[in-house]
Design a protein around this ligand. Sequence first.
Ligand SMILES: [Mg+2]
Length: 360
Amino acid sequence: MADMRDHVWGCLVGGAVGDALGYPIEFMSEDEIDTRFGSKGIQTLEQAAELAGEPQAIFSDDTQMSLFTAAGLLYGVERHRVPEISDIWLAYREWYATQGNKQYLDDPAHPKLWLTSMDAMQHRRAPGTTCLLAIQGGVGGTIFEPVNNSKGCGGVMRAAPVGLMAYCLRKGTRPTVEQRYHWASAMAAESAALTHGHPMGWLPAAVLAQIIERACVPNEPLEQIVTRSVRDVAAQYESFPEADVLVDMVDSAIALSKESHATAEDDRAHIHELGEGWVGEEALCIAIYAALSYCNDVGKAIRCAVNHWGDSDSTGAICGNILGAYLGMDAIKASFNLLSLEHIDVILRVATDMVEVGQE
Ligand SMILES: [Mg+2]
């Protein structure tokens, strides 16, 4: 069981570390990053805290929404053993309430999720407009009835807990899904499609959830986990032509991860070939590139994933989710001073609740 905790904690904390390291440089150019931190870029949570003018490094909407994904899944387990998409929709509405919209709660005095009442969640940290508008609209989308045509990375950046829940359900004694891995990818796809209607808004979420579920049982190389996951999802959603495009993009990320990493400039050049990360497929591929480039060193991987001119907090968060799940909590601790990360108690409480699902 220590193993399970290691992977689940590692995934959620790793994601928060990547998010918190990238958040203060999300809108900085590479020249600005280099001028401030040197050519290797931002390295520590202490630097992130200082740049944000806070006592500890702060995480953004990526981590907030990931925690709400987890909270919705946990609520679903409580209510009907295997979570449903409506549980996640409820959680996203409660996240929306924390962004200054308490009137949207069914009962503002008594939100259904404990997370909603936490001080830690009552901050607006550059929430994505797509998410806000889709939730405000009151009716989430599905993959066949898209709510919009957005492929922003807001769908994939919050999907990791779906893979964790699939892993925990599989380990526990509760009735689980019939087809391994497909539950994770379907639930992640639909949960992303609640707010992001373009296939590249939700397909990367499906791939990430499968990667996370497999990475929690790290008995095969990470590259193989990635390759299998993206192909499995492409087969599951073969009616969408974007699925094959995503396979090609992930293959490019894998190929680039095998090229030279002699300097920080090499990594940036490779990342630029994959994009900037504002959209789902680019965020996933940049995170995969960084994770595979440094698959035994989560510190190097996360630093690689954030130090570019694109969507640093999301690429950092996804990379941290993947390698945190794969390498475990101790690897994160060895690379970053977690005393400098805000609200780690809340993250660990959510993570521990998930582990308990796997122990029942
Ligand atoms: Mg963010």
